[in-house]
Design a protein around this ligand. Structure first.
Ligand code: IMP
Length: 218
């Protein structure tokens, strides 16, 4: 059963995004808006610094962030932990994707990845983005969702859109790089889009609906 669309301005809830990454906040907000869930970034509420993301799984890292923000704000928090898994690198960078190669900008990190893969032929450049989303209430209950998106690492960047590794990730579903995709196109096939769609299905269940009782402005 699909939840009814709400009139603009009518909010079921306002959740807090446990991230300071504007790209992620935009993707979360776009997906949740049709269900009446508004979203504010934790950093805009002055929450932080976040606990270190030093766990070894996406689930644990997302849980740490969501639980921290839910407790700090007293509201429902949504967090994701994500990464790029490159088969030719034995699944690296994985949970360490954001720090891969050290303290680098997106362009430098892409250059580092391409350098490591310089001798790897196209057929062996398979990779996937993984996203784990955790929704947590301050009372302690949590829900966990996972999405995966398959593709290959290009020989060089293509496109200007997106963030992180988007320009070198060729999506098998789209037939082009994430850097060449619009936000809507990416959201349809991406790891985070897939995990977010599971969140929407869950919001139609009694347990999911109970997370909507955090009313905006209350
Ligand atoms: P975290 O989930 O904030 O720890 O970050 C994971 C890292 O994986 C990001 O900093 C990016 O480098 C990369 N990443 C995760 N999702 C995406 C995506 O959708 N596009 C490009 N890079 C991504």
């Amino acid at each position: 059963m699909t939840a009814p669309m709400r009139d603009e301005g009518e909010r079921a809830a306002e959740w807090v995004a446990a991230t300071g990454n504007p790209g992620k906040v935009r993707e979360f907000a776009a997906a949740l808006a049709p269900r009446g869930v508004g979203l504010v970034a934790a950093t805009d509420l002055g929450v932080g610094p976040f606990p270190p993301e030093d766990a070894t799984t996406y689930e644990e890292n997302a849980m740490l962030k969501a639980a921290f923000v839910a407790l700090e704000t007293g509201r429902v928090a949504i967090a994701d932990d994500s990464g790029l898994e490159v088969d030719a690198l034995g699944g690296e960078p994985g949970v360490l994707s954001a720090r891969f190669g050290g303290d680098l900008g997106d362009g430098e990190r892409i250059a580092y990845l391409l350098q490591l893969l310089r001798r790897v032929p196209d057929a062996l450049r398979t990779a996937r983005f993984v996203s784990v989303i955790v929704v947590a209430r301050p009372e302690g209950d949590v829900a966990v969702f996972r999405g995966v998106c398959e593709g290959t690492i290009l020989q060089g960047p293509r496109g200007e859109d997106g963030f992180g590794y988007d320009p070198v990730f060729f999506s098998s579903d789209l037939g082009r790089s994430f850097g060449e995709a619009t936000l809507a196109e990416k959201e349809r096939v991406s790891h985070r889009g897939r995990a977010l769609r599971s969140v929407l299905v869950w919001l139609d269940t009694p347990h999911g609906r109970s997370f909507l009782s955090d009313r905006a402005g209350s």
